[in-house]
Design a protein around this ligand. Structure first.
Ligand SMILES: Nc1ncnc2c1ncn2[C@@H]1O[C@H](COP(=O)(O)OP(=O)(O)OP(=O)(O)O)[C@@H](O)[C@H]1O
Ligand SMILES: O=P(O)(O)OC[C@H]1O[C@H](OP(=O)(O)OP(=O)(O)O)[C@H](O)[C@@H]1O
Ligand SMILES: O=C(O)c1cccnc1
Length: 469
């Protein structure tokens, strides 16, 4: 979001480490960090990456204002360090999978190469921006996968986690939603805004019919009537039909009705029948009520007559997974690759500056991704990152590099894409991901491996570190 920058939008420890680097004059030595995640949410087979646009904007605006420096002084940071921070800008290079990419565990999604202090100070902000938005875009893409082309409206603002509602609306659209009820997101991001009416409006009238009439009179071209306040089949739909006929006499057409409780498959089929019997075939049926990809899939399988799905809570809180576990790990500093050792082999980091190659078969389908050291060629074989006896030959495939330059010397070099373009690229990328990785039950794990060079580097560094223990 505009106005957001990385200065104080960080954890205290980043600033503390910054001061310590500064005092040993190591702060301008080049470092490289990787942003990646370890586990795909929703028991799914892929993650859609979103948040990079905010990251670029924040890095471009990275500089400490006078009042921020004063605040840091008040919490004990030293004068020399603060003088340095006053002039600090982000001057580094960023390589990343463009927004809307389909990505998998362990592989770098963003690589930041910058003077140590800059790369360190922006960690928290990058994690904050990438993790939430990628989680929501992934959920949105899953919902889109099962909705059979039906329009999807995002209704989550009221249950989103605070201002995260703004990012949720954008991420939902990139992931495949068509509109939002969030008016500020509509204005800010240019997302189409859509909406119906609430129960309160109907309750506030003595008669449901009067409520419908007044609402229809007020915005006749955008009228969707909520039909479940009292009795959907006996009151809501008959009253909506009455109002639709009255509107027609005045030269308007009722846009739709909304179902928000009960058996949505049964009620939608009944509603469709009743509307059609009254020559109202074009009146759309909107459904809402704790929808998610599981419920929508089931509704589609039950031949529900739902034209538009409105999805709120489950989307914007990423239910049942409340976070994407993305991390930002140091891979290189002071001219050396760096490793974090762990008892758990899965948490051994991948040292050094790295690139990612995506291998593609003759049908344009994604086959596997290989993480390699920056200074090697295109690997023709990869090894499982932890089960080292598992290898895969990559000779037969075309490949492309996943991490592309997005910032050079602190300035944006990647073109800014429109939301429509991003939404299209998600669908394009997903169309190139084989179905077995997209199914909801036990999706096949997409293969991500490491090159022989990277494996050797990791093993050498590990041996070097453990021999000193
Ligand atoms: N035909 C259906 N198949 C599968 N799930 C459905 C179907 N119809 C509705 N649902 C989902 O089942 C859940 C129903 O929740 P619940 O039992 O609380 O009913 P409700 O209609 O909201 O009740 P209330 O009358 O309290 O509003 C919601 O998540 C809804 O989306
Ligand atoms: O179920 P969700 O996916 O989160 O979708 C949004 C929900 O928010 C509204 O309910 P709420 O009870 O807040 O207000 P209302 O009186 O307008 O129904 C709306 O009617 C939906 O049920
Ligand atoms: O417009 C709607 O129907 C709407 C908006 C927000 C939340 N629930 C429903």
């Amino acid at each position: 979001m505009e106005g957001l920058n990385g200065n104080l939008y960080t954890d205290l420890y980043q600033l503390s480490m910054g001061q310590a680097y500064f005092e040993k004059n190591r702060h301008e030595n080049i470092a490289s960090f990787d942003y990646f995640f370890r586990k795909i949410p929703f028991n799914g087979g892929y993650v859609i990456t979103v948040g990079l646009e905010d990251v670029i904007e924040a890095l471009e605006n990275f500089s400490f204002a006078k009042d921020e420096i004063e605040y840091l002084e008040s919490i004990g940071f030293k004068a020399d360090y603060l003088n340095y921070l006053k002039k600090l800008k982000f001057t580094g290079d960023v390589f990343a999978v463009p927004e809307g990419g389909v990505v998998f565990p362990q592989e770098p999604v963003v690589r930041v190469v910058a003077p140590m202090i800059e790369a360190q100070l922006v960690e928290t902000m990058i994690l904050n921006l990438m993790n939430y938005q990628s989680l929501i875009a992934t959920k949105a893409a899953r919902i889109r996968q099962v909705s059979n082309g039906r329009p999807l409206a995002e209704f989550g603002m009221r249950r989103a986690h605070g201002w995260g509602a703004m990012q949720a609306s954008r991420a939902a659209v990139v992931g495949g939603f068509d509109s939002t009820s969030n008016v500020l997101a509509g204005k800010y991001y240019g997302i189409p805004v859509t909406g119906t009416m609430a129960h309160s409006y109907i309750q506030s009238h003595d008669e449901e019919l009067t409520a419908f009439r007044n609402f229809a009179e007020s915005r006749p071209d955008k009228c969707v009537l909520l039909v479940d306040t009292y009795d959907t089949l006996r009151s809501g739909i008959p009253n909506a039909i009455k109002v639709a006929k009255e509107m027609r006499e005045r030269g308007h057409e009722l846009n739709g009705i909304r179902l928000d409780s009960g058996d949505l498959a049964y009620l939608s089929r009944e509603a469709r029948k009743m509307l059609n019997e009254n020559d109202l075939e074009d009146v759309k049926i909107v459904a809402s009520n704790q929808l998610d990809e599981g419920v929508i899939k089931s509704l589609q399988e039950q031949n529900a007559a739902i034209d538009i799905y409105g999805v709120g809570t489950n989307l914007v809180v990423g239910k049942p997974d409340s976070a994407l576990d993305g991390v930002y790990k140091l891979a290189y500093a002071d001219d050396k690759p760096r490793l974090k050792i762990s008892e758990n082999i899965k948490k051994l980091t991948l040292p050094g500056m790295k690139k990612v190659h995506r291998y593609i078969n003759n049908d344009g389908q994604f086959v596997a991704d290989a993480i390699a050291t920056l200074d090697e060629g295109v690997p023709d074989k990869m090894i499982h990152p932890y089960e080292l006896d598992k290898e895969m030959s990559l000779k037969r495939f075309d490949q492309e590099e996943l991490l592309t330059p997005v910032m050079k010397n602190g300035e944006r070099v990647a073109e800014k894409k429109s939301l429509d373009e991003l939404k299209e690229s998600v669908q394009f990328n997903l169309s190139n991901l084989p179905d077995e990785h997209k199914r909801f039950n036990n999706p096949h794990i997409y293969k991500v491996g490491i090159s022989q060079n990277l494996l050797k580097l990791r093993q050498d560094l590990k041996n070097e570190k453990t021999s000193k223990l």
